[in-house]
Design a binder for this molecule. Structure first.
Ligand code: NDP
Ligand code: 2IT
Length: 452
């Protein structure tokens, strides 16, 4: 980056930090995007005159509300919930809901901001939004989760709609939560309509939505390898997390012939030197999707596997890393350890799993680095397909959805290559490619609307 560009990035970030104090995750997400966009903003007086970057980093609105619910002992509990409606320039707000005790406004703003670029990259007409609550579903009974979801929707229903804002799942919000939320919406409005995605197949859900983020992430990883004339086949692969994205990343990686050595949860990680196979994956699905247990059970069941309490998997030597748990799970030090051990590709299933210094280290080492906005866009893309199917009152089969998902992921890869080529050696900076590729369409719409 030139000195002038660096200076402008710093100036812009000083203002942003001042306007948004105490929001480190949001600052981090904006800085990464600003580093990519500043050169084209400096080259384009129209972008400067219309304050495009200032406007794009300011959410359209944030709705904050209390959710009161009753626990199984009959005590009242209160949580805070948000919906960040970030940008609807190219379509209604679209993005997940997260239930996790660490949720706060900074986290949801970073997620809503990134979602705007990600959704643009899919090529589908979706704006960016995100929401959630500091409610912790862990250890709660199904009835408690149901009462929380019903209470949350009692407030949220005023602000969403199939042409306004369409939430979906994220951390802590899966099939069970979406079902309770959808049931309550339908009851309040007496309307059966596609106001949420990730619904059950019996009531308007799309085939392949459950698998879409993980499958899409591995498709993107394979596209990056193919662009270099290589493949994920036969490569050793580290996965973090053991939720929706991790499980279906593992499934697709196995199908494509990779050897998956690790997975994790917030208690630590499991290293299986023999690799996960279909039978072991079925065990993980039952453990996590049905019994909601902890990953050490896997190590107890499968002899040679080791459980490492309180650690992440990034010190294990492998060619591929798929971080699929949460933000900032790969520090600069972790990135250096992966590089030292010869990692060839890091493809982000989670949102912003890599600290900014880690991103810089991967790019410097010329690792094939697939940023979240591009690599995990398969989930929201199939959400977009679910909306289309709901609007048309039809449903596509697995093959049809998977064909469309593959084609969308390939298109996203091409956009990243188009905008991310760097230097003479044809190295693709996918971070820059995804940021610019996502930005252009949103910016074009915002300029066309004038001062809104
Ligand atoms: P799940 O709730 O299904 O799984 C989350 C996994 O990450 C669990 O294994 C969880 O462990 C672990 N995890 C969560 N928070 C932490 C933490 N603070 N430290 C360590 N581990 C943690 O969520 P998803 O799989 O849906 O989401 C995972 C990531 O993928 C998130 O970043 C999400 O934003 C992103 N994503 C999800 C999409 C989707 O379609 N679901 C689409 C695109 C991105 P534990 O159970 O112990 O908490
Ligand atoms: O981060 C994400 O893209 C999601 N959690 C999925 C959003 C969606 O609307 O499907």
């Amino acid at each position: 980056m030139s000195e002038r560009t660096q200076h402008e990035v710093d100036q812009f970030m000083n203002g942003l930090v001042k306007r948004n104090p105490g929001e480190p995750e949001f600052h981090q997400a904006v800085r990464e995007v600003t580093e990519s966009l500043m050169p084209i903003i400096l080259d384009n007086p129209e972008y400067q005159k219309t304050q495009i970057l200032e406007r794009m980093t300011e959410p359209d609105r944030i709705i904050i509300f209390r959710v009161t619910w009753e626990d199984d002992e009959g005590c009242f509990r209160a949580n805070r919930a948000w919906r960040v409606q970030f940008n609807n320039s190219i379509g209604p707000y679209k993005g997940g809901l997260r239930f996790h005790p660490d949720v706060n406004q900074s986290v949801l703003k970073f997620l809503g901001f990134e979602q705007t670029f990600k959704n643009s990259l899919t090529g589908l007409p979706m704006g960016g939004g995100k929401g959630g609550s500091n409610f912790n579903p862990k250890g709660k009974s199904d009835h408690e989760v149901m009462r929380f979801c019903q209470s949350m929707m009692t407030e949220l229903h005023r602000f969403i709609g199939e042409d306004t804002d369409i939430p979906a799942g994220d951390i802590g919000v899966g099939a069970r939560e979406i079902s309770y939320l959808f049931g309550q919406y339908k009851r309040l409005k007496n309307r059966f309509t596609g106001i949420l995605t990730g619904k059950g197949l019996a009531f308007g859900g799309s085939c392949g939505r459950r698998e879409a983020t993980g499958y899409g992430c591995v498709y993107f990883c394979e596209s990056m390898f193919q662009h270099r004339g290589e493949s994920i086949e036969g490569k050793r692969c580290l996965v973090s997390g053991s939720g929706n994205v991790a499980i279906y990343s593992i499934e697709k990686a196995l199908e494509m012939g990779a050897k998956v050595l690790t997975f994790s949860d917030s208690s630590g990680f499991v290293f299986d030197p023999d690799g996960i196979d279909e039978e072991k994956l079925a065990f993980i699905k039952d453990l996590k999707e049905v019994r909601r247990g902890r990953v050490n059970e896997y190590a107890e069941k499968f002899g040679r596997a080791e459980f490492h309490a309180g650690q992440n998997p990034w010190s294990v030597p492998a060619e591929v890393a798929l971080p699929c748990a949460t933000q900032n799970e790969i520090s600069e030090e972790d990135a250096q350890s992966l590089i030292k051990n010869g990692v060839q590709s890091v493809c982000e299933g989670a949102n912003m799993p890599t600290a900014l210094e880690g991103v810089h280290a991967f790019l410097k080492a010329k690792v094939l680095f697939g940023p979240a906005k591009a690599a995990n866009a398969g989930g929201v893309a199939v959400s977009g397909l679910e909306q289309s199917q709901n609007a048309l009152r039809i449903s596509w089969d697995h093959e049809e959805v998977d064909r469309r998902l593959k084609s969308i992921m390939r298109e996203i890869h091409s956009k990243c290559v188009e905008h991310g080529r760097e230097g003479d050696d044809q190295f693709v900076n996918y971070v820059k490619g995804a940021n610019i590729g996502g930005f252009l369409k949103v910016a074009e719409a915002m300029l066309a609307y004038g001062a809104v």
